[in-house]
Design a protein around this ligand. Structure first.
Ligand code: GAP
Length: 486
C-alpha cells in the first residue's frame, strides 16, 4: 500500500512538472533527474528557507560558494580517496553488482516480515560487527550462510566482497599526457574546510562561528534507487560550525535541536520524524546522528548531524603544510577548532515535502463523489502562491486578471490561467499545491471584488481586489515561516 503511495508521488512529480528523468528522450540516465517548471520553484524555496534560517538569521554564520573541482590532494587529506567506498559483490551469472550490506538488509527485512524476529536480530548483529570490523570475507560468508540469491539470475555464485570507491574521476588539462586526475566533489563540506581561514580572517569571525553552503555533490552510487532518494548527482546544504575543543558535544546537542525545529516548523506530522544514532561512526566523527523521515517506503535518512572533531582541518594542515589554526583571545591560545556539521540533502528534503503533502481526498461534486489530488504544501514553499482566473476569455476579464497580476507579482508568485472550466483549473492548482486561486467575473468589473478560494478547505469568499495583498502575503511569505524559528 505504502509502496503504491510512493509510486503515485513519483508519477505525480512527473505529470505535474516537478521532476523528470534526465535525458528522457534517450531513455534516461541512471539515477539522474531534472527538475521541471514547478520542481525548480519548490526546490528554490526549500533552499531559500534553509539559507535564510542558517545564514541570515544567525549573525555568526556566513555563506560560501566554493567550486566543484578542488585540488586532488583535498580528497587524499579528507580520507575520501582511501576510505569513501561501499562493500560491493557481483553475481557471476547476471554480472550485476550489489552493495553487500543492502543484500543483507533486505534479508533482515524479509525475516522481520515473516515473523522470524530472532533470525533478523542475529543477522543484524553479525552484519553490524562485520561492517564495524571492515571484515569483507565475513560479509560474504553471511550472504552465503543465509542463501541469498541474485534477484536477476536467481543463482548464488558470488564474487568476493570488494570496496568500491564512490568518487567520479575526470581529467583537467588540454593534453592527455599532462592531464591531472581531478574528482567531482562527493560532499560540499571540504570546500568549507579549505576556506576556513580565508573566511575567518576576511570576515573577522570569532569562534564559535559557522560557514554554510549549498551545491551539487556527485557519488557513483552503485545501487541508486528510490527515485530522487539516492542519486548520482544531487545537492547538499551543509554548515560547518567551528567551536573551541571540548565544547563540541554542547554544540552537537544544540544543532540537533535546532535542525529538528527547522523541520517541525514546516508543519509535518512530528511522528514522521525520528533521530537515529550511527552504529558505525565515519572516520572523522566522534558522534553522529541522522534525522530520519517516515517516507511511504519506511524511515530513511534526510539529514546528518556530525561532530567531526578537528579531523578535517588537521588533515588539511598536514597535507597542505599551511597552518589552519585560530587564535582564541578568550583563552589566549592557538588551536585547530573542532567542527559540528549539519548536512541535509536538498533532493531528499524535496522528496520528503512531496510525500508529506501528497493527499488523495474524496470530495463531493454535486451528486457525485470524486477524488481530489492535492499537495498541502507549506504555502511558503508552494511553487505558485496565487492562480488568477478570468471566468471567460473576453469582455475585459482577462485584462483585469493581468492588471491584478502586474500589481502583485513582485511579492507573490502568480500564474494566469484561462483554459477549461473553473473547477478544472482549481484541480490543476490543487495538484501543484497552489494555496490560493481567485476568479474574476462580471461582477468584479462593477464592485472591484473577486472570489478567492482556499486550497485546503476549498472554501470561497468574496474579497476586494485592494485587500488581496494583505490577505495573501502574510500567509505565503517566507518571513512568517522563518519567524516560527524564533
Ligand atoms: N558532509 C557530510 C555528508 O556528506 P552524508 O550523510 O554522506 O554526509 C548528507 O550526506 C546528506 O546528503 C544525507 O543525509 C542525504 O540527505 C544526502 N545524500 C547523500 N547521498 C545522497 C544521494 N546519493 N542522493 C541524494 N541525497 C544524498
Amino acid at each position: 500500500m505504502s509502496e503504491e503511495i510512493f509510486k503515485k508521488v513519483v508519477s505525480h512529480s512527473k505529470e505535474y512538472g516537478f521532476v523528470f528523468p534526465s535525458s528522457e528522450i534517450y531513455d534516461g540516465l541512471g539515477a539522474i533527474y531534472d527538475y521541471g517548471q514547478n520542481g525548480v520553484e519548490l526546490k528554490n524555496n526549500i533552499r531559500q528557507y534553509w539559507w535564510k534560517s542558517m545564514v541570515n538569521l544567525h549573525d555568526n554564520i556566513v555563506g560560501l560558494d566554493s567550486a566543484i573541482f578542488m585540488h586532488p590532494k583535498v580528497w587524499k587529506a579528507s580520507g575520501h580517496v582511501d576510505g569513501f567506498s561501499d562493500p560491493m559483490i557481483d553475481n557471476k551469472d547476471s554480472k550485476k553488482r550489489y552493495r553487500a550490506d543492502n543484500l543483507l538488509e533486505e534479508r533482515i527485512a524479509k525475516y522481520e516480515k515473516d515473523g522470524k524476529t530472532n533470525k533478523a536480530e542475529e543477522l543484524q548483529a553479525a552484519m553490524d560487527k562485520a561492517i564495524l570490523d571492515n571484515d569483507l570475507p565475513a560479509l560474504k560468508a553471511l550472504i552465503e550462510q543465509h542463501e541469498i540469491a541474485c534477484p536477476v539470475s536467481g543463482t548464488r555464485t558470488w564474487t568476493d566482497v570488494r570496496q568500491f570507491n564512490l568518487m567520479y574521476k575526470t581529467q583537467m588539462g588540454a593534453l592527455a599526457e599532462d592531464a591531472e586526475d581531478v574528482y567531482l566533489r562527493p560532499e560540499t563540506a571540504q570546500g568549507i574546510f579549505v576556506n576556513f581561514l580565508n573566511v575567518q580572517k576576511t570576515g573577522r569571525m570569532k569562534i564559535p562561528f559557522g560557514i554554510a553552503q549549498t551545491g551539487k555533490a556527485f557519488r557513483n552510487e552503485v545501487v541508486a534507487r528510490g527515485f530522487i532518494m539516492r542519486m548520482r548527482e544531487f545537492e547538499q546544504m551543509e554548515m560547518q560550525f567551528f567551536v573551541r575543543p571540548g565544547t563540541e558535544m554542547e554544540w552537537y546537542t544544540h544543532w540537533k535541536e535546532q535542525r529538528l525545529k527547522w523541520h517541525n516548523a514546516l508543519g509535518a506530522n512530528p511522528a514522521n520524524y525520528r533521530f537515529h544514532d550511527h552504529v558505525k561512526l565515519a572516520h572523522y566523527a566522534n558522534a553522529a546522528v541522522d534525522i530520519e523521515y517516515k517516507f511511504p517506503i519506511g524511515f530513511r535518512e534526510v539529514e546528518g548531524i556530525h561532530s567531526r572533531t578537528d579531523f578535517d582541518l588537521s588533515q588539511h594542515q598536514q597535507f597542505s603544510g599551511k597552518k589552519l589554526q585560530y587564535f582564541d583571545p578568550e583563552v589566549n591560545q592557538n588551536y585547530i577548532p573542532y567542527v559540528v556539521e549539519t548536512s541535509i540533502g536538498l533532493d531528499r528534503m524535496f522528496l520528503l515535502t512531496m510525500c508529506e503533502s501528497f493527499k488523495e481526498e474524496q470530495v463531493q461534486n454535486g451528486e457525485q463523489t470524486e477524488t481530489r489530488t492535492v499537495l498541502n504544501l507549506p504555502p511558503a514553499l508552494a511553487p505558485v502562491k496565487l492562480a488568477v482566473f478570468p471566468l471567460v476569455k473576453k469582455d475585459g476579464l482577462p485584462e483585469m486578471a493581468r492588471t491584478i497580476i502586474s500589481d502583485l507579482k513582485y511579492e507573490i508568485n502568480c500564474q494566469y490561467e484561462e483554459k477549461d472550466s473553473i473547477g478544472k483549473r482549481y484541480r490543476r492548482h490543487d495538484a501543484i499545491g497552489t494555496p490560493f486561486c481567485i476568479t474574476i467575473d462580471y461582477e468584479s468589473l462593477q464592485d472591484e471584488s473577486v472570489t478567492i478560494r482556499h486550497r485546503d478547505t476549498m472554501t470561497q469568499e468574496r474579497v476586494k481586489i485592494a485587500a488581496l495583498k494583505d490577505l495573501i502575503l502574510p500567509k505565503v511569505s517566507m518571513t512568517e515561516l522563518l519567524k516560527k524559528l524564533g
